[in-house]
Structure formats: structure tokens, C-alpha cells
Write a protein that binds this ligand. Structure first.
Ligand code: ADP
Ligand code: ZN
Ligand code: ZN
Length: 785
């Protein structure tokens, strides 16, 4: 603690949101230099606090503005003369938001990813805190049934019949109460649980309640119901819980699951850092293993951080955790609003929540009582942020687990080569679940050689036949095609002209339903041409198939079955995807046609056939990760088939049935296949055997980015002659959204050399005048464009 009197002229190093790769020194408030005039910033907390501690937010003057910064450390001296130093304007927190380990992690990430510390700090806290809002969760009203209300419901049902709305609401609240009682009765280690009521937020989502606010007012006035305030996300979702199934007690673990759980429990009990790779085929019961490990942490009064890919965080998964664990579970993902995200963050940070299930950025959420980190679908691309602060949440989580000395589990049916390599290097312990859990058997995978087969709109007669067979058994069918829109190219049959994006080196996609051409790379759109702008012919062809076009064909083939298309075009709206999934579970649709949105994590018990319409595109790609991606995608999509008692079938259409990748995957399975890929990476000296950084540059004309990267390349060579440089090359799609893009690849045999070169290189590039160029560094890039 600092005494306020002694803090006069005390120095602090502060992370300020600025693109400069450094922190800034400031004097404590009340120092003699305080002369800021005319700056105002509308913070919630304008009051000046006495003490400044590391990890608190402060508002500081920066280039004529007041910005929210975070105190990194107290320092003894600054390289800036004291009379030049600016003074902290005000302190925004009464308690530190980040502890020493959190700051250590952020410093590490800033160094490792060569990203400005101020921006790293900003990325690690919720929007509202970034804006200087108070570190207190927003609240909402929650209603609970009272004893009087219970009595009324039990004893005087007839008089209530005259007030059906009131009765309905009382019953709902009683149900919520009932559920809460059930789920708390079996636990001695009750977390600071939330109350068993229904919130404003939940009432608003319920249908058929009419004017529920009025009804609630009436029953509250009669004292049948009590009203209270609660933080926005800490409400237990009693309504989804009311559908509790037998599964809520869990399954008897099979032998492999038990083995995996035992290993994890040892690490949890010993509280040391260790990393596990849980490689379990789809449907093998990985989630069951997570739940058991979570339970052990909860018993120890420890928190668990669960990271999931962007669209892997379904209400299904949340509900499963809520049904099984008697704990306060919060979530963090893009479907929540800012105050909900803040509430989750604070609950985890201050220890009132036990489990946080979140997407990528949740990796930074401070843990009060760290116990375990779980990363589901660790191979998933969405764990890596691809713009701005380009970090891998998986890799940061590993560093974090080490800092906290806690175990971490990475789970996947198709682990990344990086993780398999770490197993090989004995940095990770491998836990395997080679069989599906329960009675489910692995799906049978058939390659359909479509050469010479009759095809209609990309669907072969053979695939149609298989679909018909499964549909007639009353089952559901998934068709996978990773291309949305109607058709990817509009082409003139007479002169070969094609409808290209004016701002990118790409074709426009035809969206017939919207009657527009759209660029999937920059978002620009225009009406569909009706005649060729080059030769004026009307003979324009739609080349290729997107989901909309297949949907059209399916209506023709299967008029008696309902087809639902699931792609970004019809799931963008909040809640749209949930509704579609619910409809699928209610069997309102039998044919599910989708892009990779359907490839991940969802459990559709009635799906027995998965058809992959076209994999040929993915078989021939320049990216060194293409084979790995392809195999992961095929297996993930295939994993949706036959997850319950009925055996599943997968049908893959290709013109290249002899392709070595396909054959290897089919005959050997993922594990062996991945081993071969690793060998290939070794021979070609690509990651994980070497280390990469990509420097990208873009500008409105072609030459400056090339020139800039050429200089970067020369600098890099001067800094370290061992570093290998490739490029500068134009990016695979050179022009995107009107910008010309180039890239330079830096490659080394060991990580240390890479960073020894990168740090001064980036510093020097930063000092260049590059007003017309935008450039960025990507350490461990996942996509090479
Ligand atoms: P994964 O996460 O590996 O895809 P899940 O944990 O979702 O697998 O399990 C797949 C299905 O198998 C679920 O319906 C789950 O309830 C069931 N299951 C898991 N473990 C067992 C078990 N030991 N016995 C019977 N069924 C199980
Ligand atoms: Zn033409
Ligand atoms: Zn474009």
C-alpha cells in the first residue's frame, strides 16, 4: 500500500492505449506538474482516490486527450525529466483489477506477439472497463416466489384459475425454485449461489406471457412474489434447467474416460503445472471428462476456465455444465452485451463465479482461485485472433497455466500438429479416448468417385440415393458445403468475362435471393449484371454451386422433406442459430445444409448421414497447413453422424478418389495420418519444427508495401544472419478492399533467434515514417495471406 502523502512525485509506468510499443511514465496525482486544463472525460468515477496500486485503471493525459490506462509498476526513476512528466488525472478503481500474475501474462503476450502493451491491456479487459466505466456489474430485477405464493399455489388453485396469467407466472417461479432446490441439495460446498428466481432478461424471452410486468406487479403486491436485484449474468438459467434429463447425474465413465480423469485428478490435487492433450474421437465423451475434472476443482474450491471456439459455445454446452455442476457458471462470448460481459468478467475476477466458459478473449480473465484451464477443440482456428492483436488463446492459456502452476487440458478429436508435436517432445501428456462413448459406433466413411456419375447441381445420383434411404428411415441428413451464396462465379459464355470485385482480386458471389452480387472478402455489392459489360452478350452463366443453389436443387429432389440452410447469411441475427438448432431437434427439418457452422461441436442425435458435397478445392491449396485443415474438417463434419444408437454413414464426393491425402486419412485414421504430416513438416522444415513470423504491409498502391518489406528484410538480415527471409511477395489475394498487400516471411530454427531479431526489427520499423503504409506482425501465423 502506498500512503497518499508519500505518493507525491511518485512515478508510475502505465500502459496507455496507443499503437506505440512501450509504456509511459506518469507522476502521481497531486504532484507539482499538475497543470492539465481543459481536458474532460466523462468517467463514472471522477472521485480521486488516495492510493494507486499496480493493476488499477487511471485516467491519464495523452496527446491532448484523457485515456484509460493501467498501472504496470511503480518505478524509482524515469528516463524522462521530472519537469516534463505528465500527471495522472484520476484513479478509476478502488481495488486493482489485475494482479501481478495477470500483468506478467500481458507483458509476456505483448513481447511475444510484438504488440503494443497498451493495446494488449485493452484487449484483456471488457469494453465497459476500457471506457472507464465503474468496475461494478450492472444489475437487473429478479423475481422469486414467496412462501405465501407457494401456499396460494398449493391450497387455493381454484381461485387462481380466475387469474390464469398470475397462476402461470407463479407456476413458472415455483418451477425455478424447485429446480434450484434440487441442484443445491447434493452439495456441501455451495458456492455463493445466485437466487432461484427469474430475471427480467429471462421473462423477456418467454412467449405467451402477455404483459408479464403488470402481472408481476400484481402478484408482488399480494406478496406472493418477492423482487430483488441481481447482477446481470449471475442468474441461474432455471428455465432451461427445468428440462433436466437423466444425464444430469452423469454417466458411468468407461475405462478410457476413467483413466483420463484419474490422470487429471492427480494433477489437480498436486496443483502443479502440467499440460494434457485429450485426443478423443468425436462423441467419445471428452465433455464428460471435463465435467469430472471441473467437479474436482469445485470440491477444492478452485475456479475453472473453459475456452471454446467461436461457435462451439452453444446453449447446449452451457446447459450441460449447468445441469451437472452445482456452481456459479458465467459465460463470455459475442452473443452477450457489454454489461453482461462485464458482469461475467468481474464475477470470475472477484471469485464469485466458479466456472467461466468463454471464447478467445476470455483467456485473459483474471482468476481469483485458479484451479484448471480447459481448451475444447484446441485445433480450432478461431482460437487465434487474426487481426489487430494477433494472439493464440491456446498458447497464451498454456503460459498462463504455467504462471499459475495449474494443469491445463487441450481437447480435440483432431489435434493440431503443434500439440501432437508437443506430445512427441513430452511437453504434453497424451490422454486418448479412441472409441465413442455409450453405444455409438464410429461412422462408416465412403468416398464417392463422382467421375462419370450423373450429377445434378453438384449432387451425384449416388449421394441422392443414400440421402433418400436415410430420410425414409426417419433420420436426418447433413449436407456440408463450405460456400455460401448461390454461385461463386458469373461468367460470360461468349467472351469469358467474369463478374469480379472492383476492390479485390476475386470473383463476386451471386446471391440470388437478394438479387445481388457480393464480395465475400470486402463486403462490397452491386446488382447482378444481366448482360456482359464487355461484349453485351446475354449469355451469362452461373458457374459453380453455393448453398443457396443446392438448397434450390434439394427442394426439387426432396419436396416431401424440409431443408434448412445454415450459413452466415441466415444466422447472423442474434438468436437465429439457436432457433434453427431447436427446430432441428424438434425434427422440423430433415435435411440440414450448411457451411462449417454445422461442422462444430453440435450434437444432433437423429443425424445418420453426412454428405460432403465437394472437397476437391481443399485438396489443392498452397498453404502448408491445408492438408491438416482438410483432414480436421472432414473428420469434424463426419463426427456429426450417428452419435447415438444408430450407426452413421459419411459420403464424400470427389473427382480425386486416388488423392494421397484422402486415402491416407481413410485407411489410417487421424493419428497415423497426422504423424505422416508431421514427418512432412520436418522434411520441408515448416512449423512446428521451425518458427515463423509474417510481416504484412498494405497501401493503396502496389509499390510502397513491397519497398517497405524489402527494407524490413534487409534490416532483419543485418540483425541476425541466421534468420531466413522469404519475400517480399504479393499476398495470395494481392488486392483486397482496394489495398495492395504484400508479405514477408521470417523463419528460424529456434524461437529465441526469431524473437531476438523481431524485437529490434519491429522497433526500427516503428521509427520509420510510414504514413501511407499499414503494416503488422503476426507471430506464429495461422493463415498465410
Ligand atoms: P465429445 O465431447 O467427445 O464429443 P460427449 O462428452 O459430448 O463427447 O459425449 C458424447 C455422447 O456420449 C453424449 O451424449 C454423452 O452424454 C454420452 N456419453 C459420454 N460418456 C458416456 C459414458 N461413459 N457412457 C454412456 N454415454 C456417455
Ligand atoms: Zn461477354
Ligand atoms: Zn471485394
Amino acid at each position: 500500500m502506498n500512503d497518499s502523502k508519500n505518493q507525491k512525485n511518485t512515478l508510475f509506468r502505465i500502459a496507455v492505449p496507443s499503437p506505440l510499443r512501450r509504456a509511459f511514465d506518469y507522476l502521481a496525482p497531486g504532484s507539482d506538474n499538475q497543470s492539465e486544463q481543459g481536458l474532460s472525460f466523462n468517467f463514472d468515477a471522477e472521485q480521486q482516490y488516495d492510493t494507486i496500486e499496480v493493476g488499477m485503471r487511471v485516467s491519464v493525459p495523452f496527446r491532448g486527450k484523457l485515456l484509460v490506462g493501467i498501472v504496470l509498476e511503480q518505478i524509482d526513476s524515469s528516463s524522462v525529466a521530472t519537469n516534463k512528466l505528465r500527471v495522472i488525472e484520476s484513479v478509476l478503481d478502488t481495488k486493482p483489477l489485475l494482479n501481478a500474475l495477470d500483468i506478467k501474462l500481458l507483458n509476456w503476450a505483448s513481447q511475444y506477439y510484438q504488440h503494443p502493451i497498451g493495446e494488449v491491456m485493452q484487449a484483456s479487459i471488457p469494453t465497459l472497463l476500457r471506457q472507464g466505466k465503474q468496475a461494478q456489474p450492472a444489475t437487473q430485477k429478479v423475481w422469486q416466489i414467496s412462501e405465501l405464493g407457494q401456499l396460494q399455489l398449493e391450497s387455493d388453485a381454484t381461485s387462481l384459475n380466475r387469474a390464469p396469467k398470475q397462476k402461470q407466472i407463479l407456476q413458472l417461479l415455483a418451477q425455478a425454485q424447485q429446480h434450484n432446490n434440487n441442484s443445491t441439495s447434493d452439495s456441501s460446498n455451495s458456492a455463493p449461489t445466485s437466487i432461484s428466481g427469474i430475471s427480467e432478461q429471462s421473462f423477456a424471452t418467454l412467449e405467451g406471457l402477455g404483459n408479464w410486468r403488470d402481472t408481476l406487479k400484481r402478484v408482488t403486491n399480494k406478496q406472493w412474489v418477492t423482487e430483488s436485484k441481481q447482477s446481470v449474468t449471475l442468474e441461474k438459467q432455471n428455465l432451461t434447467l427445468a428440462t433436466t434429463t437423466a444425464a444430469s447425474t452423469g454417466h458411468q465413465l468407461n475405462q478410457q474416460q476413467q483413466h483420463a480423469v484419474d490422470k487429471l485428478l492427480i494433477a489437480i490435487e498436486q496443483q502443479h503445472y502440467s499440460a494434457f492433450l485429450l485426443h478423443g474421437v468425436t462423441g467419445s465423451g471428452k465433455t464428460e471428462v471435463y465435467l469430472h475434472a471441473c467437479q474436482a476443482c469445485l470440491t477444492n474450491n478452485q475456479q475453472v476456465l473453459v475456452l471454446v471456439p467461436e461457435i462451439g459455445l452453444t446453449p447446449q454446452l452451457l446447459t450441460r455444465f449447468q445441469q451437472r455442476l452445482n456452481a456459479t457458471i458465467v459465460s463470455s462470448h459475442s452473443g452477450l452485451n457489454d454489461s453482461q460481459r462485464l458482469a461475467s468478467w468481474l464475477a470470475f475476477q472477484n471469485g464469485s463465479a466458479d466456472v467461466l466458459i468463454g471464447t478467445r478473449s476470455a483467456v485473459f480473465t483474471p482468476m481469483k482461485r485458479p484451479g484448471l484451464i480447459i481448451i475444447d477443440e484446441e485445433h480450432d482456428l478461431s482460437l487465434k485472433q487474426q487481426d489487430g492483436f494477433r494472439y493464440s488463446a491456446r498458447d497464451i492459456a498454456i503460459v498462463r497455466a504455467r504462471n499459475h502452476t495449474i494443469p491445463i487440458v487441450l481437447g480435440s478429436a483432431t489435434p493440431s500438429l503443434e500439440s501432437l508435436y508437443n506430445v512427441e517432445q513430452q511437453r504434453f501428456t497424451l490422454l486418448e479416448l479412441p472409441k465413442r462413448a455409450g453405444n455409438a459406433t464410429p461412422p462408416k466413411i465412403n468416398i464417392i468417385d463422382v467421375r462419370h456419375l450423373p450429377m445434378k447441381q453438384s449432387l451425384s445420383s449416388h449421394l441422392i440415393e443414400r440421402m433418400r434411404w436415410h430420410l425414409e428411415q426417419g433420420k436426418q441428413v447433413i449436407l456440408f458445403l463450405n460456400r455460401r451464396g448461390y454461385s461463386p462465379t458469373l461468367m460470360c459464355h461468349d467472351c469469358g468475362w467474369s463478374a469480379d470485385c472492383l476492390r479485390c482480386d476475386k470473383h463476386m458471389t451471386i446471391h440470388l435471393t437478394a438479387n445481388r452480387l457480393r464480395c465475400h472478402h470486402c463486403g462490397s455489392e452491386r446488382p447482378i449484371e444481366t448482360s456482359c459489360p464487355s461484349c453485351e452478350s446475354d449469355n451469362l452463366l452461373n458457374i459453380g454451386h453455393g448453398t443457396q443453389r443446392i438448397e434450390e436443387a434439394l427442394l426439387e429432389y426432396f419436396p416431401d422433406y424440409s431443408t434448412i440452410r445454415i450459413d452466415r447469411d441466415n444466422t447472423r441475427r442474434k438468436g437465429a442459430l439457436d432457433k434453427i438448432f431447436n427446430d432441428i431437434h424438434a425434427n422440423k427439418h430433415q435435411i440440414l445444409l450448411g457451411t462449417q457452422i454445422i461442422a462444430k461441436g453440435h450434437h444432433f442425435p437423429n443425424v445418420t448421414l453426412v454428405g460432403i458435397i465437394d472437397i476437391d478445392q481443399g485438396l489443392f491449396s498452397a498453404d502448408f497447413r491445408a492438408s491438416e485443415r482438410m483432414a480436421q474438417l472432414i473428420l469434424q463434419v463426419s463426427g456429426r453422424a450417428g452419435r447415438e444408437d444408430t450407426a452413421g454413414e459419411v459420403a464424400i464426393q470427389t473427382h480425386h478418389p486416388e488423392h494421397s491425402l484422402l486415402r491416407a486419412l481413410m485407411s489410417k485414421g487421424y493419428g497415423e495420418f497426422a504423424k505422416e504430416l508431421l514427418q512432412e513438416r520436418y522434411e520441408t522444415q515448416f512449423p512446428p519444427y521451425t518458427h515463423l513470423a509474417l510481416i504484412r504491409a498494405e497501401a493503396t498502391s502496389q509499390n510502397p508495401p513491397q519497398q517497405f518489406l524489402l527494407e524490413a528484410q534487409q534490416l532483419a538480415k543485418q540483425l541476425n544472419k541466421d534468420i531466413e527471409c522469404y519475400g517480399p511477395f504479393p499476398a495470395p489475394m494481392e488486392r483486397r478492399a482496394g489495398k495492395f498487400r504484400s508479405q514477408l516471411i521470417l523463419l528460424t530454427n529456434d524461437r529465441k533467434t526469431l524473437h531476438q531479431c523481431l524485437t529490434p526489427l519491429v522497433q526500427q520499423l516503428e521509427n520509420k515514417k510510414t504514413n501511407t503504409i499499414r503494416w503488422s506482425v503476426d507471430v506464429d501465423p495461422m493463415e498465410m495471406f
